[in-house]
Design a protein around this ligand. Structure first.
Ligand SMILES: NC(=O)c1ccc[n+]([C@@H]2O[C@H](COP(=O)([O-])OP(=O)(O)OC[C@H]3O[C@@H](n4cnc5c(N)ncnc54)[C@H](OP(=O)(O)O)[C@@H]3O)[C@@H](O)[C@H]2O)c1
Length: 361
């Protein structure tokens, strides 16, 4: 199963909104076949593994290890259970059941009906972690959100809300790690102020510019300038701006002329309804988002229960009272409505980081 999980990971960035899945076929203690789900709409891992075995006779009496329950329905491809039964594979280890309502244990039952022995739960924790974005978005019908923020020792996220500072808060290694997250999530979210103040590009700077993430900007009145770097054609990527339904029609036209995708949502107390926006993003097959916005957007995301994980970098700097506070929770009292668990922490040169799992009670 370890090998099957490693294979599954190769589908990262290519299979969304599908899960990453890997499969390995073993006979007489030797791996005779392996495969993984390579692209959305492409063959499933089980079929790839079966196809990788040249002599189909070898499949008789073999054992398959697969990271997700094989499907028993016709979707973009034929049902995998049929291919497994037809190949006369005698046992299947399934790491986790598929929560999709079309499958949900049906694949495992169908295999048993076809006289294939089934064992469920091998390395299930690892499989769930591998596909945590897919699992979360499937059950909540909104994208999984990792909220990232960098702060000083006195918990300020910036030197001022009026102008950008040329002094970086966190070190270059921490920034490099965030670049990798941009690649992994392939969707980066910010509020309008981060565009106005920092002129953030939100691109991927480590290598291939084709990997630039999709930029998602929360901008109620379409008040960000179209000459902002984030809208530059140079980055050849999709930009979605979320704005109010009451926004000026001329502004809409200008954005549309620049091939910027708009999602118009309702406003609540002069702020965009982020839940409505997230439901729309889910409908557009967006499953994982990295938020790199400022304190206003971050606070609202917490209030709206949209933060799934929170990544906080802390740099050895002190900014003082003119700085921008980490959160803007003035009018809200969380009481004990949040269950926060530390998943990981560490140090990157002089910076530290903590990754938290967020659950709402
Ligand atoms: N250290 C870090 O990790 C980090 C990261 C990002 C930014 N920053 C810094 O943070 C500062 C900007 O922070 P910020 O808090 O002012 O900006 P922000 O969170 O990026 O953007 C806030 C803006 O988003 C819009 N918005 C629309 N609906 C909203 C909703 N439901 N909730 C919240 N905002 C909504 C509002 O503007 P409209 O009315 O125009 O829609 C609001 O003013 C900058 O100085 C930047 O350098 C630091």
């Amino acid at each position: 199963m370890h090998r099957a999980l490693a294979l599954a990971r190769r589908g990262s960035l290519k299979v969304s909104p599908n899960p990453m899945v890997g499969a390995v076929i073993v006979k007489n203690s030797h791996i005779i076949g392996k495969g993984y789900h390579k692209s959305y709409g492409g063959n499933h891992a089980e079929v790839e593994a079966i196809n990788s075995v040249k002599d189909k006779e070898d499949l008789k009496g073999s054992t398959m290890y697969v990271t997700l329950e094989p499907c028993n329905h016709v979707g973009k491809t034929n049902p995998c259970v049929k291919s497994i039964i037809d190949a006369k594979i005698s046992k299947v280890f399934i790491s986790m059941l598929d929560p999709n309502k079309e499958v949900k244990g049906g694949g495992a039952k169908e295999l048993e009906k076809g006289k294939v022995k089934v064992e469920i739960g091998c390395m299930e924790k690892e499989s769930r972690e591998l596909n945590h974005i897919w699992l979360y978005s499937l059950s909540h019908k909104v994208p999984f959100l990792l909220l990232k923020l960098g702060v000083s020792l006195d918990s300020k996220i910036a030197y001022s809300r009026e102008k950008s500072s040329s002094v970086r808060l966190t070190n270059s290694r921490s920034l490099w790690q965030v670049q990798k997250l941009r690649k992994f999530y392939s969707n980066v979210l910010v509020g309008s102020n981060t565009i106005k103040i920092d002129n953030a590009r939100l691109n991927y700077r480590l290598s291939d510019s084709n990997l630039n993430p999709r930029a998602i900007i929360i901008d109620s009145n379409l008040s960000t300038s179209l000459s902002s770097l984030v809208y530059s054609k140079e980055f050849s990527r999709e930009v979605i701006v979320i704005a109010s339904k009451n926004v000026d029609k001329d502004r809409i036209k200008k954005f549309e002329e620049n091939k910027i995708d708009l999602i118009l949502v309702n406003s609540l107390n002069n702020k965009l309804d982020l839940k409505e926006a997230f439901k729309e993003l889910y409908k557009r097959n967006i499953r994982g988002i990295l938020s790199e916005g400022g304190s206003r957007l971050s606070s609202s995301l917490f209030k709206e229960k949209l933060v799934s994980r929170f990544l906080l970098y802390r740099a050895p700097k002190i900014i003082g009272e003119k700085g921008v506070n980490l959160f803007d929770f003035k009018f809200y009292n969380f009481n004990n409505r949040l269950d926060i668990k530390l998943l990981k922490n560490g140090r990157i040169k002089d910076d530290t980081f903590s990754l938290y799992d967020i659950n709402y009670l």
